[in-house]
Design a protein around this ligand. Structure first.
Ligand code: OAD
Length: 261
């Protein structure tokens, strides 16, 4: 593994030569937009809870209003922030490769839409989409606009999830993947195919501890495809990487793009 604090000539050449790039992103790519990651300590209103403990079916069963309000708050937050230079650099790279007959796929564990709002096409939302909701009983899907909380420091009143209008027995929940739940198979399989077809795999802003998404980059090892990590911290995946760009993606990805454009 080559640990770098800047893009060196070897990495620049690798990125320049790559025609099919598979990107796997996690919460860290949205951190510089102001969306807190899952493993950092929560602040303000939510400081007594860990994000991990709220993202479970059991938490929703125990206290639907708490979990519902947390997700509605996150949905509101996501809508209020903007894509950062890391998202924009990936969108630009995707456009460049597509225009020259190659491609760049993005598979994200993030439930926000910041890649899309930066202009990129996303192959797979492995953990779903925070703007989508469904009934816990009948599965009916419901689109709910973000509540638009005013300011994110002041606690919103805890509100319970609405009852399902179709079956009247279920509650509406976020249509995202919680711990212990299965990932959408189409998204997972599309990502496996993209990694197997890639000549470069870039892993951005994920701690690499939540399975099965964390195992996906390892598919690159089957064909010896080079792996690059962009992250300011060491992760579970760092040792497996060929290159580690140790720094925030909002700085590192634009720099990488500049060297190959
Ligand atoms: P984590 O919160 O586990 O990890 C965030 C990663 O982003 C860490 O490795 C940070 O070092 C890194 N990071 C922080 N700031 C960064 C920056 N500016 N640039 C690049 N990286 C930065 O987030 P995920 O790995 O995405 O799942 O978490 C995986 C899943 O666990 C989430 O999708 C969510 C969570 O529970 C579910 O809700 C099912």
């Amino acid at each position: 593994m080559k640990l770098l604090d800047h893009v060196d000539d070897e990495l620049a050449a690798l990125a320049r030569d790559a025609r099919h790039v598979a990107v796997l992103s996690g919460a860290g790519i949205s951190a510089e937009s102001g969306v807190p990651t899952f493993r950092e300590v929560q602040t303000g209103l939510w400081e007594q809870f860990s994000a991990e403990d709220l993202a479970t079916p059991d938490a929703f069963d125990d206290d639907p209003a708490l979990v519902w309000t947390w997700y509605r708050w996150r949905q509101s937050l996501v809508q209020a922030v903007e894509p950062n230079p890391g998202h924009l650099a990936l969108a630009r790279w995707q456009k460049q490769l597509t225009e020259t007959g190659g491609g760049l796929s993005i598979s994200t564990q993030n439930v926000d839409d910041l890649h899309e709002r930066a202009g990129a096409e996303v192959l797979a939302h492995l953990h779903g989409n925070i703007a989508a909701h469904r009934c816990t009983d009948c599965g009916a899907s419901v689109q709910l606009p973000a509540p638009g909380y005013d300011g994110f420091e002041a606690p919103p009143e805890a509100e319970g999830p609405p009852a399902c209008e179709r079956c009247a027995t279920g509650l509406i929940r976020p249509d995202i993947v919680w711990f212990g739940e299965a990932l959408p198979m189409d998204a997972f399989e599309a990502t496996m195919a993209a990694i197997r077809a890639a000549d470069l795999v870039v892993v951005v802003g994920t701690s690499g501890i939540v399975q099965p998404a964390a195992g996906l980059p390892l598919l690159a090892l089957e064909r010896g495809t080079p792996l690059v990590e962009v992250n300011p911290q060491e992760t579970e995946l760092s040792e497996t990487m060929d290159f580690v760009l140790r720094g925030p993606s909002g700085q590192m990805l634009p720099t990488l793009l500049e060297t190959i454009s």
